[in-house]
Design a binder for this molecule. Sequence first.
Ligand SMILES: *[C@@H]1O[C@H](CO)[C@@H](O)[C@H](O)[C@H]1NC(C)=O
Ligand SMILES: *[C@@H]1O[C@H](CO)[C@@H](O)[C@H](O)[C@H]1NC(C)=O
Length: 475
Amino acid sequence: MKKAIMLISICFLALYAFETKALEKDEVDITKLNALFGTNYQGQIYSGYLSANDDGSVQFHYLFYPAIDSASEKPLILWLLGGPGCSSMIAAFTESGPYTFISESIEFEENPHTWTAFANLLYIESPISVGYSYGPAGPQSDESTAAYNMHALIEFFVRHPNFKNQKFYIGGESYAGIYVPTLTQEIIKYNQQPVNPEVLRINIQGIIIGNGCTDPSECTYLGYLFPRHRLDFYGRHGFISEETYEKIINHTEECYGSAAPQCQAIAYEALAQIAGPQYSYNLNQYNVYSKCITYTPEGSKRMKSPLRVSDEEKEDSDVPPCVDVKGLYHWFQMDEVRTLLNIDQKSPKWVACSLNFQDYQINPNGSLDIYPTIIKNNIRVLILSGDVDGVVPIAGTLFWIDKLQNSLQLNTIKPWRPWYVPAWREADKDQNAGNVFDIEGLTFVSFRNAGHEVPADHRMESKIVLEKFLRQEYL
Ligand SMILES: *[C@@H]1O[C@H](CO)[C@@H](O)[C@H](O)[C@H]1NC(C)=O
Ligand SMILES: *[C@@H]1O[C@H](CO)[C@@H](O)[C@H](O)[C@H]1NC(C)=O
């Protein structure tokens, strides 16, 4: 009897040793994950935590897909999502990762335009309380987020040293238009005075931002009072009457940042024309020509509308309005998935956008004032703009690029022009995909008929643009 028990435990130990040898730290058991997701992924996935501060009380969840082939020769891209408070898992599973959701379903499909074909992809859920990331409660700010992200990034390179010398890029969308430049600034400082002997230099080459908050007039409290670029966008797209739009144009200089009643009256008049009284009409502002999907997971609260004039109208919600989050909620709240992704008990229940952002300090200056430093350090900038996004619209993006070009006297390298994607059929011509221009240090690309999340709406086009940028080729 005793012998039998011994034998069993030896067999068990041997099995155990085999399992731990086969899987590295943080490596996901892809066989089990494929079985659960109904996928057939052939690459590796890592999922775990990165310490985001010295005492380890702040832990950021990361998901890492090494490129399928020749990972050691490909660049590394870190991708962040905005909010503030929204999870970059949205990007991993609806935009750029190897498997994405079939629209309005919980089923995965292979993404033929996955960025793992040309890069190693790292997604970090940031800052505290976003997705599976956790840490002490309390106020956060753009400054604290940048410091946490920096710490987590160093930890990533220590944990995955094979990737620390590769060309490195940081990208993101929406409010990551703040996170990406602020983290880049931290990296520039770090490279001047590296503190970790295992990471002496971060090989940062460029940044990629899609429909990103940048100018002080976008995404700040001041910017909400009279959302000049949003109003301009809706006026230019025929959502506002000619008379009201003319009033907006006439009063923008006077009304921007003003709480004066005559200015608020103009803003409310326009908002009611766009979205009905009390904004009751569900317009998908993230893509004004797309439908509004109203799936609300059980126990969740859906944001009514990001169109608002005053901060008091801000809603407490974990589901962005009109956005398809069905698959994400289904899988990432599930215990089996948490176990497979090495998620520990301290992590909150996964939601798309964290509710703990009421006391997040938004820097009223935006991130525009960091761009001179970025460009001076030869870090290349790619700005993407889905041209039917009403939240961080193309009008605001062109506004700040123009301001930056004038203030730094940046030369135009190649002026405004259309760009194309290959024809579907031999009989057709290549198709117009948007517009592009290049100035010193910065390339702007618009995506015709893409919304707030360009890589979700236009996967093939995004892949073309990203690959060209990484190869330093003009579109
Ligand atoms: C806008 O300003 C122009 C020029 O001052 C003026 O003629 C026009 O009536 C104004 N439009 C509105 C709707 O206020
Ligand atoms: C915003 O910019 C102004 C002017 O450069 C500066 O004095 C101020 O400290 C900045 N505010 C923050 C929060 O960084």
